[in-house]
Design a binder for this molecule. Sequence first.
Ligand code: ADP
Length: 231
Amino acid sequence: MVELKNVEVHYGETGIDALNDVNIRINDGEFVFIVGDSGAGKSTMLKLLTNELSPTKGRVFVNGYNLSKLKKSKLPKFRRSIGMVFQDFRLIPDMTVFENVAFVLRATDKSKKVIRQRVPYVLNLVKLADRAKSYPSQLSGGERQRVGIARAFATDPGLIIADEPTGNIDPRLSYEIVELLLDINKCGATVIMVTHEHDLVQYFGGRIINLKGGRVVFDDYIGGRGTGEEV
Ligand code: ADP
């Protein structure tokens, strides 16, 4: 569960109110698009959710943690409860696709046996089982992002945050990236996807949170025009 209660973020240096009076609750298992133009406060909101930033006012709860009371010693465990998908993929160039995914499992002390099972499972989910031995440079942008999604989901986190995941890939392939995130969502993860691509959001529909000037100006469900069943 993700909850922001009466949240304000004020950047002291510039005097900018990046978020104002934000109240949001996202239940476990939801898929939510966060949309808004540049400067609307999307990145600031994500930084609150990952605890990179503390609100000037209000409270933030993520995956059962009250972030204003999060002890430093609990920070690694908290961070592991979130899988991140980045606009620029952030894959390790000299590791194969398999190794890129295995890396996050090793970092959380998973056994070799678990790694041997889990990596093929998540690569299969993102339809890249046949590219396990490729290096990122041998993949298209869309394929790289599919590895990014596999890596984010490898440790089975409760929450996946995708920050403009389609920003660096061919627009035609953006749809399949969202479809994969929807598949991951069906596997049980809550998914929050930040995007400024209005077309994509209208195609899929679902719960949309629209930020404007640091305020939530829309938080509701819309019907998609694309997929019929999935919305
Ligand atoms: P978005 O991700 O929607 O583009 P941001 O959260 O990055 O929006 O920014 C919201 C507002 O806060 C903008 O006006 C931006 O200029 C300002 N801002 C963002 N980060 C900082 C910072 N570190 N210091 C000062 N102002 C910032």
